[in-house]
Design a protein around this ligand. Sequence first.
Ligand code: ZN
Ligand code: ZN
Length: 379
Amino acid sequence: MFEGNEMSGLRSALEEWAAQDLSEVGLDELADDLVELELTSGLLESERARRLSQFDSVAGPGRQGYPSLTAFLIHRCRMAAGRARRLVGLAHTAARCPSVQQAWTDQRISTDQAHRLLETSDAAPGPFGDAEARLVGIIEPLTASETRRALQYWHQSVAGGDESELEHEARRGLSLSRTIDGMGRLDGWTTPSAYESLRAMFDALMPPPTQGDIRTARQRRHDALEDLARDYLDRGDVRQVGGERPHVNVIADLEALQGIAGGRHEFGSGEVVTVQTLRTLACDSSVSRIVLGPKSEVIDVGRRTRVIPAALRRAIIARDRHCTWRGCDRGPRWCDVHHLTHWADGGGTEPDNLALLCRYHHTLTHRAQGSNRGPPVRS
Ligand SMILES: [Zn+2]
Ligand SMILES: [Zn+2]
């Protein structure tokens, strides 16, 4: 039935599927198809792992002119480097775990269960080798999340609770650095308990997206973390040495704030900030700002002048109650008081010119209104 490469038979079967008019496929059949697709993709993945490891073991990449198996995947399969490395790692681990590989190919365990087993094998290769067949038998009837828990218990029992805790303690860490284009980079590892706290915090800080919110979950998590930092700096009982509250500072010429080229626009740290970000940050006074006049004289030191008086802020909060972007109900704690006409352009700090906007919609508003003169959408 197959001509040439047997894989091409599989491909043409899939092409037949792709040509099918799905509106004519019944619900039960669709459901069965989805299960079948997952099983097939699991089979394909286990088969790829098996062939990758065989190809590598006979020095295939070198004989085909590639320095490594990873390089082969990157060039021949146009794969991203990270995924290529993960697949190679997986294939090598799977080659050391015959019982897992067999159960995966026989579809006695799902792909995710196979991945969990292989991860566990990487974490404790010695003990895993002795227990492999038994572990596969234990997790066969389990769900994916039960599998994860069962393997964690097993791993703790062999690694010794103290030892793995010590290892977690040693591995924990976060790094925060700035890249050349001004973006920051945050990455690291958390202990299991810190992870639980962080996850609960993000769950609480990330309300379900409102209609029209096109941010990804990653982006919303990022924004939630920024909100939290701003909230902490604004309200937290934090003091730096010398009694000053730490804050995001911006230093700018009035010209820069008005969007006139050539002005100075920097964070207090000396990093250059875009004019648009500057205008957004300076719009509400919750960020300290120092604005320099034409002769570099200080004409506005954030909190002392032009600050939105507490009573006025309370009045705006009582009036708007939440972000005024249509459909958004982020509470005042996470909102800026936005000047409809920017104060740098002569807009007054008075109720008619002010509106609550959450940080996300505040940024969107300034981006959409380069000149910052249109009103935000009121709910
Ligand atoms: Zn604003
Ligand atoms: Zn909003």
